[in-house]
Design a protein around this ligand. Sequence first.
Ligand SMILES: *Cc1c(COP(=O)(O)O)cnc(C)c1O
Length: 356
Amino acid sequence: MQLTRKGLWDGVIKEFRKFLPEIDDDCIVTLREGNTPLIEAVNLKDIFGAIRVLLKYEGLNPTGSFKDRGMTLAVSKAKEEGARAVLCASTGNTSASCAAYASKAGLKAYVLVPEGSIALGKLSQAIMHGAVVLQIRGSFDEALSIVKEISKNYPVKMVNSINPYRIEGQKTAAFEVCEHLGYAPTYHFLPVGNAGNITAYWQGYREYESYGIISSLPKMMGFQAEGAAPIVLGHPVDNPQTVASAIRIGNPASWQGALKARDESGGVIETVTDEEILESYRLLASREGIFCEPASAASLAGAIRMKKEGVLSDGDTIVCTLTGHGLKDPDTAIRTSPKPLQVEPDIKKILKIMGF
Ligand SMILES: *Cc1c(COP(=O)(O)O)cnc(C)c1O
């Protein structure tokens, strides 16, 4: 036997270089993000029948969310441009990703997060990677406007998704879906928060179509939580509320990009309730072996709703992006689940519970 030496995945910048802005090799900061699996949901046939459902599991990126795809490019470019520090506002995952890539790049990272409303796993990542974490007594939207103001006037690079390199990097997820399937799906379902990701996927699909790599485009199906649905309502929401903290956003930065993705693709942006989100969250974990975070499950919740409303047809191929890993937010998992049984260390009692 011999080593196969097939070469390992090089991260999204090197793998998709010809579709991305040019960058000097020496400046590439990567944790070998991307190449996440597209997993067939084989145990949801009672819900979807003859519709083929695939799950793009972005929780398997290096810091546990899709944010890494954009962060590798944003931080690499910041390094190339000679920045010493990066800055972001975050509901959690952007801060985790920013902190990790900045540490790898040797840049200082400042992250602003809304106090008390970011999941523990994400906060611990930002702290461990050595970012300066500033918990502000306010919302994500307030944090973002402060970050915009600072980066305009001071020598620190903003790496929120308004940074165009974030969107450029994130579009590679659409490339991967096409590479894995061999074609574009009929529908692509996504949770929508700041709306950078739906903007990026649509850009990715359109580019692959323009190069003749795929011959059809998916309809883009974005889902906001009912209590945080500015795009659906058509106006910003002052005090957004949802169990899905990653999409608890009242004034999305990429609002226009989301509308464009929806309208050009013939898709929708609609709402799902927290109950629907949590139900899909449990379904994915209990039937498909995938533990994603609550916000991620908004994509599947949206697909289930569209199936019920008769929008989807037999033979369709749908992809749901699962944006982040469930371990980011163990509190929600435990809070919304039955408590583990307590039992004496007594074999008879245990066997009885096991049904023997
Ligand atoms: C950032 C994030 C979202 C929302 O993505 P947008 O690009 O802001 O719409 C959804 N889920 C998770 C887990 C995220 O980290």
